[in-house]
Design a protein around this ligand. Structure first.
Ligand SMILES: [Zn+2]
Length: 526
């Protein structure tokens, strides 16, 4: 059956705005005037705005689903509010042996060191673990510290920190996954069943937001199996691209396992639904927690240049081995030191490994040393940014600026400079670190502030256009996922994956997702 969409604006990167689009058997068959001439069932766009479905190039859907089960502390503005939500959740879930949730705003406390005793006042009989919005920090109660056996005598683990009181005893805030693990290894493992539920939840949330393809950028062993089951049962309703996390300690032993999973996934009956061709490397922490790797020391701790997770040689060996196996590198790098290390690694690897269409990604790319800016284009590295982060939010203002000073703080997120250097920029939400909704994010790199807010624009010289913002979230994210011939553009032959917005975002900031179509089928959203 052929369907003709008309009576609104159709936008696709590089093609401008036109009216008319025809689809048949899940594919686009005509656009513009030639679509309007065709016969078929008509869908009236009602003055709405049709564009390619959003492609989230960096997200953590299972973590979002897991987090949605616990106490909902996101966006709460005081410790008291967080405590009452934890108390409510504990009361309503008396049988839950561990209370795990997120994600609290660490900037509401200066320095971000939250106290276990505050949580003890509402829950003391069971462990409580809350993730901070940066997802590089947790806040726990005393029961959790006790179960983990963390005391004044526990040293900081290699690559993580335990915030302490003056007498050396743990305060209740821990930073970086290696430190969380001291506690969370005692928690019941997330079951296959619960991850399956998390996938269902995440698919619904993403579709409602207009996202038709996403990435799972921190896949550890049981998670890929849950995705395979979800793909087989039909519970995976959007396209998902998996990136396996490897660490300096485990990357060698993981090679065989990851290859087996990729092979199994490639044989699924609907291969485009699930793909697994990417490896995630975490090279540093976060600026807000003082763990991003810098070339110059932190101002609040002149002894420290942050956390360098990989030794240079080990990172080069790992990236090179997976590159030889035709896995794409997806490298988390936030500080200028980590970004430099990542670029150096990619440069060294491309000199020795055979040439192929490898499309390496550096994700976050927050603070780049001036000399390194042009190297993204030179090395064909995709910079994946989180558009929602490109304004002076409380994290940048209250937590990051005191640690690195205003010059470095204001130099974050150089999207304009990178685009002018012809760098390919793609977008991702980093959900649940921040909102998965593109409508919350697309205007921020354009304005360098939240639309309608009274505050000033932040480093406005780095602002980009809305066209560039939407391009990063569609065509360029499709390119990042090696899918640019299938999705991200509204052209004849492409899959009929698109969203219809109620209004034109080039005319107003008040825009809602009205309907979402995947492979030519409408998926109703509220
Ligand atoms: Zn992430």
């Amino acid at each position: 059956m052929r369907i003709i969409f008309k009576g609104g604006s159709v936008w696709s990167a590089g093609l401008g705005v036109f009216d008319g689009l025809a689809i048949e058997d899940g594919r686009i068959v005509a656009t513009g005037p030639s679509a309007l001439e065709l016969a078929g069932e008509v869908v009236d766009l009602n003055g709405g705005f049709m564009m390619p479905g959003f492609i989230d190039g960096h997200a953590h859907p299972i973590f979002a689903g897991r987090e949605a089960r616990g106490p909902k502390v996101s966006n709460l503005q005081s410790v008291d509010e967080i405590k009452s939500e934890v108390a409510r959740y504990a009361k309503e879930n008396p049988d839950e042996s561990w209370i795990i949730g997120g994600a609290y705003e660490a900037a509401i406390i200066s320095g971000g060191n939250f106290d276990a005793h505050w949580l003890d006042e509402v829950v003391s009989d069971r462990p409580v673990v809350l993730h901070a919005v940066d997802h590089h920090t947790i806040w726990v109660n005393s029961k959790a510290l006790e179960i983990a056996g963390i005391s004044a005598n526990t040293p900081n683990p290699d690559g993580g920190t335990i915030a302490r009181r003056e007498n050396g005893s743990p305060k209740g805030t821990l930073r970086e996954p290696i430190a969380f693990d001291l506690i969370l290894k005692h928690a019941p493992a997330d079951s296959f069943e619960s991850d399956l539920q998390a996938i269902k939840y995440a698919c619904n949330e993403l579709i409602s937001a207009g996202v038709t393809t996403a990435t799972e950028c921190w896949v550890e062993p049981p998670m890929a199996e849950a995705y395979i089951a979800a793909a087989k049962s039909g519970a995976l309703t959007i396209d998902m691209h998996l990136a396996f996390l490897v660490t300096p300690q485990n990357w060698q032993e993981q090679v065989a396992y990851i290859q087996e999973l990729r092979a199994e996934i490639s044989k699924l009956p609907e291969p485009r639904r699930l793909k697994a061709n990417t490896i995630k490397f975490l090279t540093d922490g976060a600026l807000s927690s003082g763990t991003a790797a810098l070339t110059e020391p932190y101002l609040d701790n002149p002894e420290s240049t942050g956390l360098k997770i990989w030794e240079d040689e080990n990172l080069l060996a790992a990236v090179s081995v997976y590159d030889l196996l035709k896995f794409q590198a997806h490298i988390h790098a936030i500080g200028d030191g980590a970004i430099k290390q990542s670029l150096n690694t990619i440069e060294a690897m491309t000199k020795t490994n055979p040439k192929w269409d490898r499309r390496p990604v550096i994700v976050h790319a927050q603070l780049i040393e001036p000399n390194d800016l042009a190297r993204f284009k030179e090395l064909d590295v995709i910079a994946n940014f989180q558009p929602l982060w490109t304004y002076l939010d409380p994290m940048n203002k209250e937590l990051i600026e005191p640690r690195i000073g205003s010059e470095r703080n204001n130099r974050q997120y150089q999207l304009r400079t990178l685009l002018d250097l012809e760098t390919r920029i793609s977008f991702g939400s980093d959900w649940p670190v921040t909102s998965h909704k593109p409508m919350d994010a697309i205007f921020i790199p354009v304005l360098r502030k939240v639309p309608g807010s009274s505050g000033e624009a932040w480093s406005f010289n780095e602002a980009i256009t809305l066209e560039e913002s939407l391009t990063a979230y569609t065509v360029n994210a499709a390119y990042q996922l090696f899918s640019e011939n299938e999705i991200g553009k509204l052209e004849p032959g492409m899959r009929a994956n698109f969203v219809i917005l109620d209004k034109n975002p080039f005319e107003t900031y008040e825009v809602d997702v009205k309907s979402v179509w995947i492979d030519g089928l409408e998926i109703k959203v509220n």
